[in-house]
Design a protein around this ligand. Structure first.
Ligand code: BGP
Length: 475
């Protein structure tokens, strides 16, 4: 058996990491316009004004705003069947609470979608990939306030209508699952997702529970809305999933790992099962967390089940165990896995983990899955002839695709596409660096802000082109 001919090979990008043009054509200030550049060792900082700090990578991105035609032509040259983009909310409603949408912002995304369709590339559109207008944070308190759900739905309606008949695959959110009151969070994670710093939250557990609930509710309402506008819409949600392995077969550690793993799933449970999970509500009650749940909410959960699951997969993790306090902690909160290599940014490289999580998700929910992100962040140095021989990236992707094939062909997982992060170099979300590159296409832009923005094909460009041409049979 082979992969279906309709398998969606392609890539995935996000507006705030590539577009630049932060103040063009009526765009408002988005939360990611107020984040400095960091490094692996030094987290990004959150600033109050655009002027604060020196380098604002997201402001310039790779200027996809003005280069989208050329960039899409390069994706088409690789044979892409799909491209996942996100719509920057602050381009459409610059402050988030306006009556009228910004026509130039809408036009930009219509142009991108038309360009994709011209090249027979299926657009997959994420409606919220860390791009909230700052005004909704400062004036309304972000997702802690239910009014923000209505503003979000208005924005969704605008986009569903603007791209009706052209876009068939939508994702309501990217990676809201990193918000869970039972786990400690870092400032950058809660900021990226909700524009709020973890360290400044007064009642942390209550705040995170409210944000997590309101975002989930917004998600299911957006599904219903999108189905009402066009019954042909397939609407999913994208989750960043990191399987948590037990440290060893000591049942206590197995249970710990299970519990840690579960933190990532309550929102998916809610979106797939048609109700907010009872086990979560019990946990909240025990901890004195209260949620304001109405009958209307319950109806919204019942009516807003997602059609597919978007899976972002980079890494697996190992659960903490008694006595593990002194072990080096990973970004994902666990400890390093001695069986796995790690990337320069400390993310363990685990292709089998992808097969595992594909199976897990498919069997738990029975919904089709699309891999919406997977890739290797690495330092790419052009050689003396200016070529980029990124064999490490090819090897990484090869091994992951092998596991996808096993999941689909041997394990019968309904996985309908593979979108790499990111087909073109862009600004890293967690560190803000350009140095952390993922692309098949090199962009001459550097952390000091310099660079010609010239695009150059890496070795992996030609490799991926052949993978797509052979429908994954030649890796
Ligand atoms: C995911 C985000 C992406 C992307 C990716 C890689 O969590 O959805 O936006 O950036 O991680 O992370 P980074 O850019 O920090 O290497």
């Amino acid at each position: 058996m082979v992969l279906k001919k309709s398998f969606l090979w392609g890539g995935s990008i996000a507006a705030h990491q590539c577009e630049g043009a932060w103040d063009k054509d009526g765009k408002g200030v988005g939360i990611m316009d107020l984040v400095t550049q960091g490094t692996y060792e030094k987290p990004r900082e959150i600033t109050k004004t655009i002027e604060e700090g020196k380098i604002y990578p997201s402001h310039e991105g790779i200027d996809f705003y003005h280069n989208y035609k050329e960039d899409i032509a390069l994706f088409a040259e690789m044979g892409f069947k799909a491209l996942r983009i996100s719509v920057d909310w602050s381009r459409i409603y610059p402050k988030g609470d306006e009556e009228k949408a910004n026509a130039l912002g809408i036009q930009f995304y219509q142009n991108i979608v038309d360009e994709l369709l011209k090249h027979k590339i299926e657009p997959v559109v994420t409606l919220y990939h860390f791009e909230m207008p700052v005004h909704l944070v400062t004036e309304y308190g972000s997702w802690t306030n239910r009014k923000v759900i209505d503003f979000y739905l208005k924005f969704c309606k605008t986009m569903y209508e603007a791209l009706k008949g052209k876009v068939h695959y939508w994702s309501t959110f990217n990676e809201m699952n990193h918000i869970d009151p039972q786990t400690e969070a870092s400032d950058i994670f809660t900021y990226i997702i909700a524009g709020l710093k973890y360290s400044e939250m007064e009642d942390k557990k209550q705040t995170l529970a409210t944000i997590g609930y309101n975002m989930t509710l917004a998600g299911v309402k957006a599904v219903k809305l999108g189905h009402d506008i066009d019954a042909g819409n397939k609407i999913g949600c994208v989750f960043g999933l990191t399987p948590v392995y037990p440290f060893n077969c000591n049942p206590v550690n197995v249970m710990n790992a299970f519990k840690e793993n579960e933190h990532e799933f309550y929102q998916i449970d809610a979106m797939c099962n048609g109700k907010f999970p009872g086990y979560k509500l019990c946990e909240y009650q025990e901890q004195g967390i209260s949620l304001d749940i109405t009958d209307e909410d319950e109806q919204a959960f019942a009516e807003g089940k997602i059609d597919f699951i978007g899976l972002n997969y980079y890494s697996s993790s190992v659960s903490r165990y008694e006595g593990s306090e002194n072990d080096e902690e990973t970004l994902f909160g666990g400890i390093q896995n001695p069986y796995l290599e790690k990337s320069r940014w400390g993310w363990s490289i685990d292709p089998v983990g992808l097969r595992y999580i594909l199976n897990y998700v498919y069997r738990r929910y029975g919904l089709p899955v699309i891999i919406t992100e997977n890739g290797l962040g690495a330092v790419d140095e052009p050689d003396k002839n200016g070529n980029i021989e990124d064999n490490y990236r090819i090897e990484y992707l090869q091994k992951h695709i092998e596991q996808i094939k096993k999941a689909v062909i041997e394990d019968h997982v309904e996985c309908f596409g593979y979108l790499t992060w990111a087909p073109i170099d862009l600004v890293s979300a967690t560190t803000g660096e350009m140095k952390k590159r993922y692309g098949f296409i090199y962009v001459d832009k550097h952390d000091n802000g310099k660079g010609t923005l010239e695009r150059k094909k890496k070795k992996s460009f030609y490799w991926y082109k052949n993978v797509i041409k052979s429908n994954g049979s030649e890796l």
